[in-house]
Design a protein around this ligand. Structure first.
Ligand SMILES: [Zn+2]
Length: 596
């Protein structure tokens, strides 16, 4: 296979000569992780070869995954899709913003005998002299890990004079970093602050900031003093601008909730120009949280959510207890493909004006997370509703809903769940509070509890000894036992337990019913043995119960309605019993403790 490398293309690219290729193909000669880490983001240095020359390049951090996954490695053939040439410490390097790995060529041995494009000896001398001046920078790496401060200014001054092959390309906000300075973004102002003034020992000044947004992300930009005068009126919220020549700093995240490692500072030569085409840039940037993940989001967090309108309640008028004012609220229920359903409360005008039909896909920006009834959402006055947003998440959700979502049963973050999965662990208080077993369908759960009392009356009955019958046998006149169902008589019945026990946990007391197999496990002897013992030595039998008492178990229970003498009550039937696995119980307890 012929290698497709753009032979000899590096020199015209680095010197910005006419005819320089826009999407050149190179071989990767080296991939190296840089020792310095900038703000927690790892950076990779890559040596690119056109088979005649090689140069250093830097991979934009959003492409790091290609290295981590092993796709981008020494010997690979790559095509640059978007890049720029920057000056770094007096040498030109390529910043790779986007690239394709031409996997069809595989990993090849070094092609040709490429030589460095830089004049090596003089560079080394200069590097040496720079080390004397600015030791901090050169101790780390060739581009340093201190992009801020006077050193950066100094480099920026130099870089401004270097022309770039892609100077007219619009860069995505996501690709901006302090390691390149030739960029223009096309972005919408989604938020602009008032002008703030400050006074301190160092002097006084003013500033404002705004948030720029495009398809790739958001970035905050701040103007100080002269730039405030220059740009405050020029930048209008909601409008789209071309912005270039700003300083890129590490973001001070404590002042902003914008998801970006960097932020911009407007400078003297910053260029801002209103874009004639206002439509191509999205209006709102969402940062969706899955409904399932709401319980890992802190109470009072402000989040974005996308979901399907599953239920819409009527509007309710409520009088505020504190202000005595009447206000309206409306609950709507959202579901998403995490199979969770969440209540969202709309207030005032949002509640009154709500007219989006059920089953519509709706995106919300700026919802508050509350801990009402587990986890709920509340719509703030500044929040936004967008029905059927033209975004990929909405498309995926619609596809899921049409295919399977309609038929799903959804889980909720509410602590009181009416349909309970089999054997969910409950406390006795929960069993009562949640009225388990009070509906048509039986409920199943497990409970960890301690036996405190065995009811002695009717603790067993004489049963038909034929296997699987269990019917009560009747003693006839001749002292024999007879089963009506099997139509047979026997010399002896087989005694079977119908044990009723009182159990307790830290939340309360409850009566449980146990059939023969469970009775045998918790008493430790068969009903026949107990029956015989009772006849021979009543006290011995009582001792057996005394020993079986005060033991703890995990009971699997079915709660079911039962009519008894015309009254409806709930019977708790033990379906299974197991001794307590203390290691497992400790883990459950640790999980509960950790949730506080
Ligand atoms: Zn029988």
């Amino acid at each position: 296979m012929t290698e497709p490398i753009s032979i000899g293309s590096l020199k015209p690219i680095l010197n910005a000569q006419p005819g320089a290729l826009q999407t050149p193909i190179f071989q990767v000669l080296q991939v190296r992780k840089l020792t310095s880490v900038s703000n927690g983001v790892e950076r990779y240095r890559i040596v690119l070869s056109d088979s005649i020359h090689y140069v250093q390049s830097m991979l934009a951090s959003q492409k790091n995954e290609l290295v981590v996954s092993g796709k981008l490695q020494k010997g690979a053939i790559v095509q640059l899709i978007q890049f720029s040439v920057n000056m770094m410490k007096e040498r030109k390097i390529i910043i790779i913003i986007n690239l394709n790995i031409l996997e069809q060529y595989g990993i090849l041995p070094k092609i040709g005998a490429p030589a460095s494009l830089e004049p090596s000896s003089s560079t080394a001398d200069k590097e040496e002299s720079r080390k004397q001046e600015i030791p901090v920078i050169n101790q780390t790496s060739f581009y340093g890990n201190k992009p801020l401060g006077p050193t950066f200014h100094e480099e920026k001054e130099k870089m401004n004079h270097i022309s770039s092959v892609s100077s007219t390309t619009i860069y995505p906000i996501e690709s901006l970093s302090p390691y390149q300075n030739k960029w223009t973004i096309k972005a919408r102002v989604t938020n602009k602050t008032e002008i703030k003034h400050w006074h301190n020992q160092k002097g006084e000044g003013k500033l404002f900031s705004c948030i720029f947004m495009d398809e790739s992300g958001e970035i905050r930009a701040t103007a100080f003093n002269d730039q405030v005068d220059m740009l405050y009126d020029a930048l209008q919220e909601g409008q789209v601008y071309f912005v270039s020549k700003c300083r890129v700093n590490i973001a001070k995240k404590q002042f902003s909730n914008v998801q970006n490692e960097y932020e911009l500072t407007f400078e003297r030569d910053t260029e801002v120009e209103r874009c004639p085409d206002q439509s191509a840039v999205p209006h709102v940037k969402f940062n969706f949280v899955s409904l399932k993940d709401l319980d890992s989001v802190g109470k009072d967090s402000i989040i974005d959510v996308i979901g399907i309108l599953n239920d819409i309640h009527e509007i309710v008028e409520i009088t505020s207890k504190t202000t005595q004012k009447l206000y309206s609220k409306r609950d709507i229920f959202l579901v998403d493909n995490s199979n969770y359903s969440v209540r969202l409360t709309l207030w005032g005008k949002h509640a009154q004006d709500f007219n989006i039909p059920q089953e519509t896909i709706v995106a919300f920006k700026g919802l508050k997370v509350t801990d009402f009834n587990g986890r709920s959402l509340s719509m703030l006055s500044g929040a936004m509703i967008i029905a059927n947003p033209q975004i990929e998440e909405a498309y995926l959700l619609k596809k899921w809903y049409d295919k399977q979502g309609k038929e799903e049963t959804f889980m909720t973050h509410q602590p009181t769940i009416t349909t309970i999965r089999k054997e969910e662990r409950k406390t006795i208080a929960q069993i009562k509070d949640e009225q388990l077993g009070m509906t048509e369908q039986p409920d199943y759960f497990s409970v960890k509890a301690t036996i405190v009392f065995f009811k002695q009356e009717n603790i067993f009955y004489p049963a038909c000894p034929i296997e699987g019958c269990n019917k009560k046998a009747i003693e006839d006149n001749e002292g024999r036992w007879r089963c009506e169902r099997c139509d047979k008589s026997f010399l002896k019945p087989q005694y079977r337990y119908i044990v009723t026990i009182s159990v307790n946990d830290h939340t309360g007391q409850i009566w449980l019913n146990c059939f023969d197999d469970i009775g045998r496990q918790i008493i430790g002897k068969s009903a026949d043995d107990i029956a015989q013992m009772k006849e021979e030595n009543e006290q011995a039998a009582l001792n057996i119960f005394h020993e079986a008492n005060c033991k703890s178990y995990v009971f699997r229970v079915r709660a079911k309605q039962d009519s008894y003498n015309g009254a409806i009550r709930v019977r708790y039937q033990v379906m299974g019993v197991s001794p307590i696995n203390w290691a497992h119980e400790c883990k459950l307890l640790a999980d509960i403790i950790n949730s506080y």
